[in-house]
Design a protein around this ligand. Structure first.
Ligand code: FMN
Ligand code: ADP
Length: 307
């Protein structure tokens, strides 16, 4: 899959495609139904399939405090869309300038002239351009003028509930991992590179590989039994996702202690899959109390992971 990063990198050879525009946060089963349909249309028209996403996501620009926690980083979306078989990911840098163009500009300059769109899929609630004036009806009229097809995504249902990124966030925040995983079509996981921490972990007997949470918000918080994967390794462990109040931590961090393991993981990209929640993060009176609690957490994690 080709990544086109920024509209200034759209070249003449990118002209002609079937396209869908959306957030695709989580790339869940509902998204997959839309994407598989897009791939079929691409075959029918003998054109590449392209997905347009905005980065940051619009609400992260307009209302950063209210923006929900991300299910997927741009890198996650890239990997997930590539695995489905999408040909091209167009990542548009979203800022107030981009958002203020007229719906006519967005359609004519970007979709028609630059991308040569022949078939377009968007959600029926998709809005674009200044004051969110562009909508599905506008796209329908434009499609007649410029000669492309436009359709809206159909709601995709699983057990009678509409799959959405919001439903998945709700399931994750209440630790209903089975429900979340069913809607995602894979196990929920956070991926990231192991960075150096404050080196307290090894002194309290629980070294932890630390991963920085992108976008500073996560859909899960607390202590969890986890599966950790990197390269060809698959290990079990226990993770804490939070601010580490006992040690006056400031930023949100994901730390994982891997059972029966003592190698160096710095710089490695690891994948942490959440299996079950153990408890919320707490502020302890001192490190000894924290250490005693972690010992109990490890016992419970091992029980949950059936070790
Ligand atoms: C299983 C587990 C549970 C934890 N729970 C808490 C907690 O409830 N409160 C807290 O302040 N820190 C908690 N921590 C974070 C520890 O404070 C942290 O591992 C330690 O500060 C090591 O930090 P470092 O990696 O920067 O050296 C937890 C860590 C682990 C591995
Ligand atoms: N069992 C283990 N689980 C996680 N990381 C481990 C383990 N054993 C060794 N490590 C390594 O030690 C580092 C964690 O040690 P720690 O003292 O907590 O330092 P830091 O504050 O840098 O995380 C990890 O990043 C990893 O490279």
């Amino acid at each position: 899959m080709e990544l086109v990063r920024g509209i200034h990198n759209i070249e003449h050879r990118h002209h002609g495609c079937v396209l869908t525009i959306g957030k695709f946060d989580g790339v869940h089963q509902g998204h997959k139904a839309v994407l598989n349909n897009l791939i079929e249309q691409a075959k029918r028209l003998n054109l590449p399939s392209a997905v347009m996403v905005f980065e940051p996501q619009p609400e992260e620009v307009f209302a950063p405090d209210k923006a929900p926690a991300r299910l997927s980083s741009l890198r996650d979306k890239y990997e997930q869309l590539r695995d489905i078989g999408i040909d091209r990911l167009i990542c548009v840098r979203f800022d107030t300038k981009f958002a203020s163009q007229t719906p006519e500009q967005f359609v004519e300059a970007l979709l028609v002239n630059q991308l040569g769109v022949k078939f377009l899929v968007v959600g029926d609630d998709f809005r674009f351009g200044c004051k969110r004036l562009g909508d599905f009806e506008f796209l329908r009229q434009s499609s007649a003028t410029f000669g492309f097809e436009v359709v809206s995504t159909q709601s995709y249902r699983l057990k009678n509930c509409r799959i959405s990124s919001t439903e998945i966030r709700d399931a994750l925040s209440t630790s209903r991992f089975k429900d979340a995983n069913e809607m995602l079509g894979r196990a929920y996981a956070i991926k990231g590179r192991v960075v150096h921490g404050e080196k307290n972990g090894r002194t309290i007997g629980f070294p932890t590989a630390n991963v920085i949470i992108k976008h500073k918000k996560a859909p899960v918080h607390g202590v969890f039994a986890v599966v950790v994967q990197w390269q060809n390794e698959r290990r079990l462990g226990i993770a804490n996702l939070g601010k580490r109040p006992t040690l006056h931590g400031k930023r949100m961090q994901l730390e994982v202690h891997i059972f029966d393991f003592k190698d160096d993981l710095y710089g490695k990209r690891i994948c942490i899959e959440f299996v079950a929640k153990i408890r919320d993060e707490q502020k302890f009176k001192n490190i000894d109390e924290l250490k005693e609690q972690i010992k109990l957490d490890v016992k419970q994690a091992k029980r949950l992971l059936k070790i």
